[in-house]
Design a protein around this ligand. Structure first.
Ligand code: IMP
Ligand code: MG
Length: 371
């Protein structure tokens, strides 16, 4: 889960797929109970209702018919108040039980129009079921028979509902939120790409806090913080430090620097579940990862560079080509997973990492400026 951008607006996750399905099931139960021995006609109000109707009728046990009416009233995030009927009902509805399936009832203008449309059709009964309802804005004295979830007066998208045409395809519901203010960047680069050097100049240039997982670990262990001691207890046993401990340490580091313009995360996340935990954590603060920026450098070039470094630095892991190649393999495997994760959110930015330090800083800055 993460903050998403649709057109020029930001939305945060709000109602999960599971909660929606539970609300749908509860509506179905109530309608089933009231329609025993009948063949109701379910009439969906397009466009927004399509997912709701699909899930509703799939849950419904018993004979039923399904039809649609197409009405439109919204532009952007504001109700225009004027309802247009774009597709009408053709069925003969005399003596029938009609259950209207609405995705959302807001001011009630649409509902009023629905009551008008069915007024002269000599129905046996007209029932209204809505998945979402905004009680604070509903202004009409009109009955609503079944309500799934009541929500505050905030614009939502997903599960059929759109914002200016898009967002209908999400399986869960997102709510309008303020623009995130931080620049939070996950910086990636293979061993030898000069990531540390670049992070140092970029954190100055953009007033960001550089969080290097290695440094955070060493700090916590050295200062014998609760989390440091916990991490150490795993390391002493030769075990990997569990994700939760690492994540908690990073969260603490973010909280300690909550006045920062943003963060450069370095060495974290390393797994998809860490990335998801980071998204959830930032989302709770109304913030998000702005992007994953990865330095891309051909491997052979890096091997030469590292072997060269090994000659003078004496670092044993820089002196053996097969050990170096192993580090790349590990890096590539991890990056590929995270690249997919951030690419799915349109947040992956590869940057050519071949050239002088200054050239690469310029290229990285071009990406940082946009985020
Ligand atoms: P009403 O006529 O004001 O009750 O609005 C009903 C219609 O407005 C719904 O069928 C939706 O198409 C649209 N609508 C109302 N609130 C929202 C929202 O929060 N998100 C997306 N569409 C909405
Ligand atoms: Mg609608």
């Amino acid at each position: 889960m993460s903050i998403i951008k649709l057109h020029d607006k930001y939305f945060k996750s709000y109602i999960s797929e599971n909660e929606i399905q539970q609300a749908v099931q509860s509506l179905v139960k109530q309608v089933e109970n009231d329609c025993k021995g009948e063949t109701p006609i379910f009439i969906g109000i397009l466009n927004g209702c399509f997912m709701f109707v699909a899930d509703f009728v799939r849950e419904y046990n018993g004979d039923c018919e399904v039809s649609f009416v197409k009405l439109a009233s919204y532009q952007g995030t504001e109700s225009t108040g004027k309802i247009k009927q774009l597709v009408g009902v053709n069925e003969d509805l005399e003596g029938r039980t009609v259950v209207i399936l609405e995705d959302i009832i807001d001011t009630g203008n649409t509902l009023q129009e629905i009551y008008k449309i069915f007024e002269n059709k000599k129905l046996k009964q007209l029932k209204i079921a809505t998945l979402f309802f905004k009680p604070d804005v509903f202004k009409k004295e009109l009955p609503i028979d079944y309500i799934g979830i009541s929500i505050p007066d905030k614009f939502i998208v997903g599960y059929g509902l759109d914002f200016d045409g898009i967002g209908r395809n999400f399986a869960s519901i997102y709510q309008l939120t303020t623009k995130p203010t931080m620049k939070n960047i996950v910086l990636f680069g293979p061993p030898g790409a000069g990531k540390g050097t670049q992070a140092d100049s970029l954190k100055e240039k953009y007033s960001l806090k550089h969080i290097s997982t290695g440094d955070v670990f060493r700090f916590n262990i050295k200062n014998e913080t609760e989390l440091g001691l916990l991490a150490k207890s795993y390391m002493d046993q030769g075990d990997l430090v569990p994700d939760e401990v690492t994540i908690d340490m990073l969260k603490a580091e973010v909280e300690r620097n909550s006045d920062a313009n943003g963060f450069i995360f370095d060495g974290f996340p390393r797994t998809e579940s860490q990335a998801a935990a980071l998204d959830t954590f930032l989302e709770e603060k109304g913030e998000a990862i702005s992007g994953m920026v990865a330095l891309e450098v051909p491997e052979d070039l890096l091997v030469d560079r590292l072997l060269e470094r090994g000659k003078t630095s004496g670092r044993s892991d820089d002196q053996d080509e097969s050990k170096i190649r192993n580090r790349f393999n590990e890096y590539n495997t991890k990056t590929a997973i995270l690249k997919d994760y951030y690419q799915a959110q349109n947040k992956y930015f590869g940057v050519n990492g071949v050239g002088s330090i200054e050239d690469i800083t310029v290229r990285l800055s071009e990406v940082f400026d946009k985020l």
